[in-house]
Ligand binder design. Structure first.
Ligand SMILES: NC(=O)c1ccc[n+]([C@@H]2O[C@H](COP(=O)([O-])OP(=O)(O)OC[C@H]3O[C@@H](n4cnc5c(N)ncnc54)[C@H](O)[C@@H]3O)[C@@H](O)[C@H]2O)c1
Length: 399
């Protein structure tokens, strides 16, 4: 069939098989081009990436495999294609990753399932045993709207809402250039607990405990979950809202897992990453406008990064720095113990420039003051569209 982007309300409902493979390969080639700088680093040997099919998780898996040469197991929740309907982007990304990793002689296993379930944990454990892997790095990169708690069978839904006040923010539909004033009412009390249940650290800890109990977590292993803080203008709906509470729970989980040394020497970190465009980016009010302006400012300064550039920096400049004795140096962390990869985004100069633009931006100067084209290109690429060398008018097999 011929597959074109099907975009409704900032969500893309289709994915191009060849384009997703090309975008995955672009990221692999980005790391391969830097391979020499991974040589000699004490990188990971066996890595589990939960949420490894897209966005930050896929980039993590690529850096681990193609930079450090690690064996990787990826778990994600994706829809397979049928012969009449394309699958989700992550399904094609996973296939492209497995093909490239196998061709490069790397150990790889990709599983599809609900990470929150006991079955998925059992399946990962069985896979690691079959491959003889003991994980020295476990990355938690899930972004999910719902979680069924296996202990109770209750399905919890996360929401992106402010707490105790309404949030008003300008939003832009990057595909039409239309501005709107978004207003999101305050959450209900139970929304906070539900969002923490889905996006907080409870399931992360269940994974770490399950792997430790199975003897599949190495002594001195590292585990990392991803977070975001972002600019002050988004705080009422993000940092100080329901999702912010979940991220605070992640921070607390990291501290308590490290303190309790679930395996001897375990180090659990939250890494606060930069705003990038992933499948979910366009649905948060204010974020597409902010990100488009941020991209404009950071590209002009030459310090813009996408998912793969961020994860390359996570591996080479944070997690696997070598000390003079050849041992891994602990990563630089902030006062809360978090790794900060959002350092360049939050440079005061960058934020001041973004703030000044946000004051004066509107439909007439959107194209000039914001990198809407860059946002659109990344959003389309996350679904396999707009990649060079692909004939999007040609028939393509969905399977
Ligand atoms: N996008 C950003 O700008 C940004 C910035 C900083 C931090 N982060 C954080 O990074 C993390 C990943 O976000 P992303 O933007 O890369 O998301 P994404 O939507 O690109 O990827 C999410 C991944 O989670 C998987 N997933 C979702 N539900 C699942 C389930 N039930 N079981 C198994 N897998 C499941 C998906 O298959 C996919 O692999 C999140 O914690 C997010 O808050 C994102």
């Amino acid at each position: 069939m011929i597959i074109k982007p099907m975009i409704r309300s900032n969500i893309c409902l289709s994915a191009h098989p060849l384009g997703c493979a090309a975008e995955t390969m672009r990221q692999i080639e980005y790391i391969q081009a830097r391979k020499a700088s991974y040589a000699g680093l004490p990188g990971p040997k066996a890595v589990l990436v939960l949420g490894g099919s897209g966005g930050y998780g896929l980039a993590t898996r690529i850096a681990a495999a193609f930079g450090s040469g690690a064996a990787t197991v990826g778990l994600s929740f994706e829809k397979a294609p049928s012969d009449t309907k394309p699958g989700t982007p992550g399904w094609y990304n996973n296939r492209a990753f497995d093909e490239a990793a196998t061709a490069a002689g790397l150990v790889t296993a990709t599983l599809d399932g609900d990470a929150f379930s006991n079955e998925a944990k059992d399946e990962v454990i069985a896979t690691a045993r079959r491959l003889g892997l003991v994980f020295d790095l476990v990355v938690y990169s899930l972004a999910s709207p719902v979680r069924t708690d296996p202990a109770t069978g209750i399905m919890h839904r996360s929401v992106l809402k402010p707490i105790g006040q309404s949030f008003k923010g300008r939003s832009v539909d990057v595909f039409t250039g239309r501005f709107s004033d978004a207003e999101v009412g305050p959450c209900e009390e139970e929304d906070i607990a539900n969002t923490v249940k889905v996006m907080g650290g409870e399931d992360w800890e269940l994974w770490i405990k399950a792997l430790a109990k199975a003897g599949l977590l190495a002594k001195d292993a590292t585990t990392v979950a991803y977070s975001y803080i972002g600019p002050a203008l988004s705080w009422p709906i993000y940092r100080d809202g329901t999702i912010g509470r979940a991220k605070i729970h992640l921070d607390a989980t990291a501290k308590s897992m490290t303190a309790r040394a679930i395996v001897p020497g375990l180090k659990a970190y939250v890494s606060v990453n930069k705003a990038v465009v992933t499948r979910a980016s366009a649905v948060i009010p204010i974020i597409p406008l902010y990100v488009s302006v941020l991209f404009k400012v950071m590209k002009a300064r030459g310090n813009h990064e996408d998912c793969i550039a961020q994860m390359d920096r996570l591996f080479r400049d944070r997690l696997y720095m070598k000390g003079p004795d050849g041992k891994i140096l602990p990563p630089a962390v902030d006062a809360e113990g978090r790794i900060r990869l959002d350092d360049l985004e939050l440079l005061p100069g960058v934020q001041a420039e973004v703030d000044a633009i946000m004051e004066k931006i509107g439909p007439d100067n959107l194209a000039e003051l914001a990198d809407v084209e860059g946002f659109k290109a990344d959003f389309l690429a996350a679904h396999g569209f707009g990649l060079p060398g692909i004939d999007y008018d040609a028939e393509v097999a969905t399977l």
